[in-house]
Design a protein around this ligand. Structure first.
Ligand SMILES: [Zn+2]
Length: 279
């Protein structure tokens, strides 16, 4: 239950118009109440792309003082009607970090937090706002329930490695040397099984393992792609899934990683890319 600290005063979706009482309008977020000037904490990690008074015509008008976060899925999480904000643009906030205080700035019927999830995080006006109100935002309750933070993803990777390769990792969600060693073991097992590489399964990235490496690219499927996705997550990239399918998102994550490592940006996982991932 993502909003357990709050009382929900208005849900996402169609509701009786709060100003006229006539007809129905689409509520693009959820209204939440603790008490006036209560601390508001971020529901997920994210980067602040706007903090302050939302001006009319910028996609933030009427929302009063707001904080807009860009999350790892490139969604825009808007915290609106704040009494004050305590973060600034460009700052990276962690889940649970205080970003401001509940208030009644902007067009409101009283002190509350209006929280909405815009499908697209834009760093400038209109900040992911579109005139298509019914299609602009996601249901925030469902969104947060399905939101996988980094710790959960690392836990998924650790339990996946244990299941597939009996690596005996503790599922702590921390990607340290043991997790990487387990991933290398898995990789060696796959190279042995799929390509008869005859490697020692020692979890050490050495010359023999490097020499046995196969290049994988868009269209690949299976456990080696799964290990690639796992290592991309561990290295801070976001392939948007651990499905073992090398599609557009994995391709983009490989390119992003290659760019950060200053190696050839071809979107393929070859010897140099694997080495940068494992070392
Ligand atoms: Zn609202």
């Amino acid at each position: 239950m993502p909003f357990r600290d709050y009382r929900v005063t208005s849900k996402f979706g169609y509701r009786r118009d709060v100003w006229t009482g006539i007809g129905f309008t689409f509520h693009t977020g959820i209204d939440l109440v603790k008490y006036h000037k209560a601390s508001i904490q971020a529901f997920t990690d994210g980067e602040v792309i706007f903090a302050g008074m939302g001006r009319t015509g910028t996609g933030l008008g009427g929302f009063g003082k707001v904080v807009l976060l860009q999350d790892k899925n490139n969604r825009g999480q808007l915290y609106a009607h704040l009494d004050s904000v305590s973060v600034q643009r460009g700052q990276y906030v962690k889940k649970g970090q205080v970003i401001g205080e509940q208030g009644d700035t902007g067009k409101t019927t009283g002190s509350h937090l209006h929280y909405e999830v815009r499908k697209k995080a834009e760093t400038q006006p209109p900040y992911g706002w579109t005139s298509d109100r019914t299609n602009n935002c996601l249901d925030p309750t469902k969104y947060l329930q399905n939101y996988r933070d980094n710790k959960h993803i690392i836990q998924d990777i650790q339990s996946g490695l244990n299941t597939k390769y009996q690596t005996g990792l503790s599922i702590d969600g921390i990607s340290g040397p043991l997790t990487i060693k387990a991933a290398i073991k898995g990789y060696q097992i796959e190279l042995n099984k799929q390509f008869n590489a005859k490697l020692n399964v020692d979890g050490i990235w050495g010359q023999k393992t490097k020499a046995a490496t196969v290049t994988i690219a868009s269209g690949a499927k299976g456990n080696i792609t799964w290990i690639l996705q796992a290592m991309l997550y561990i290295k801070g990239e976001n392939p948007k899934g651990l499905d073992g399918i090398f599609g557009t998102n994995t391709n983009n994550a490989v390119k992003s990683f290659q760019q950060k490592e200053s190696i050839l940006i071809d979107g393929k996982a070859g010897k140099v890319t694997w080495e940068k991932l494992f070392l």
